[in-house]
Design a protein around this ligand. Structure first.
Ligand SMILES: [Zn+2]
Length: 446
């Protein structure tokens, strides 16, 4: 990264949020279903990565952060997600350079979002297992961990403490791993992020994975050896894409990967699977006449070295919001082509922009008050309650107000300095005029 450090990370996170928002607006309604909110955003890490680059460390998992093109995978990149490519939907990373701090420029306010609270949780809430809310807007009680080692799997990136899930999901992952070993020639699975101990939004990566019903599975087989803790942090993920980013690389994406994804789709519990559009395209070709399973497999940002498996709300659980079932269409026509058309080659290096002041407020985080009310009690549950500072209880209206105030202060600064504002139509940047930014997640989002 050219400008490492926390501010760069915060910035890229914010940028990714903006990209997502744009993406939501751009999506034709017919294809809107797989989008996450801010996971896919969320799974906010909206990149299609060309060049078959490999990723290291925390980069996987639907990276929310969008590091600079061409960056070497340094340690700080690792924290931010070392994906080296442009995001797709029309906001090149190079725009980051126009947002470099101007001396004296009023900063955007920082909020204590639900991600900061749930991200600090170390242990599950010892209550009945319940997925509370929606995949991209909720929390999880009674989570159980996927054992970090199993007869047919190894959990990766242990430092993240995201190997928690609803017991039904954990049981399915274990079964899936054993089935893949027995029937599909996989020595075992490498399992990525599932959820935090009490679910909820995450400080980095993923818009979804909040209710313990989503899991990321690597598309590279588990090695024969037991990886050490450190190796699980460092092992590079392998992109399944070729150098165009528009197709899979047949050297790494083979019939084994096809069989694995098909196996995952075969479980009745599985509601959706998300893969890179190029992988979806390859599956469409490989499926032959047996196509029923393809309908569950949807194109989405990222997901070129892992796929995302989502299960339905467990039966008999109240408060879990399920997703609209797939239509039954195999998705191999217009939908996958629409997605592929959005895959763009990375611009490298980014073009520096002239000085300007960004007056468009960043997307506010999901606040505790935005989540189902039970999520607050969940944080308070013993024996390891998570303190909730007053500032974390800000209402949506107060958050809007603070952002609007900051936008006005930045506009005043731009005027005083004679700098152009981005966007030029500053009024459009007012949060009050952009209600879509604060809309809660719907079932049509990832
Ligand atoms: Zn995922």
């Amino acid at each position: 990264m050219r400008s490492g450090g926390l501010s760069a990370l915060l910035f890229t996170l914010g940028l990714a949020g903006i990209i997502l928002i744009k993406g939501d607006l751009l999506l034709p309604p017919a294809f809107a279903d797989p989008r996450s909110t801010a996971d896919g955003a969320g799974h906010r890490l909206p990149e299609f990565v060309p060049q078959g680059q490999s990723l290291i460390r925390s980069s996987e998992q639907d990276a929310t952060s969008a590091p600079k093109a061409g960056s070497a995978a340094s340690n700080s990149d690792a924290k931010a997600g070392a994906i080296t490519a442009d995001p797709v939907l029309g906001m090149p990373l190079s725009e980051t350079s126009s947002l470099k701090a101007e001396p004296g420029l009023p900063e955007w306010p920082k909020f204590i979002g639900a991600k900061d609270l749930f991200g600090a949780v170390k242990k599950p809430a010892p209550l009945a297992a319940r997925a509370i809310g929606y995949y991209a807007h909720g929390c999880l009680s009674g989570a159980v961990p996927l054992p970090v080692d199993g007869p047919a799997w190894q959990e990766m990136r242990l430092s993240r403490n995201r190997n928690w899930g609803h017991p039904e999901l954990i049981a399915l992952i274990e079964r899936f791993a054993l089935d893949a070993q027995k029937f599909d020639g996989w020595h075992g699975l490498l399992v990525g992020d599932i959820a935090q101990p009490r679910g909820g939004p995450m400080t980095a990566g993923h818009a979804s994975h909040q209710v313990g019903l989503d899991a990321d599975i690597w598309l590279t087989p588990m090695p024969k050896r037991r990886l050490t803790r450190q190796q699980r942090e460092d092992l590079q993920a392998t992109s399944m894409l070729d150098s165009t980013g528009l197709a899979v690389n047949p050297k790494v994406f083979t019939s084994k990967q096809v069989a694995l994804i098909k196996r995952a789709a075969s479980y009745s519990e599985v509601e959706r699977i998300f893969v890179h559009p190029a992988i979806k395209k390859a599956l469409c070709v490989a499926a032959g006449t047996d196509r029923a399973w393809l309908g569950k497999v949807r194109p989405y940002y990222g997901h070129y070295y892992h796929f995302h498996m989502r299960i339905k709300c467990p039966a008999g659980v109240s408060g879990c919001q399920s997703q609209t079932p797939p239509t039954g269409d195999d998705g191999c026509g217009k939908e996958v082509d629409w997605w592929l058309a959005r895959v763009r080659p990375a611009k490298n290096p980014p073009v520096p922009k002239p000085r300007s002041v960004n007056v468009r407020p960043p997307k506010p985080p999901i606040m505790l008050s935005d989540l189902p009310a039970e999520c607050r009690s969940l944080l308070a549950a013993g024996p390891d309650p998570v303190p909730v500072p007053q500032a974390a209880l800000m209402t949506k209206a107060a958050v809007h107000e603070a952002l609007e105030k900051a936008a006005k202060a930045r506009m005043a600064f731009a005027k005083a300095e004679g700098l152009p504002m981005v966007p030029a139509n500053a009024a459009a940047a007012h949060p009050a005029l952009r209600p879509h930014l604060h809309k809660t997640t719907t079932a049509e989002k990832k």
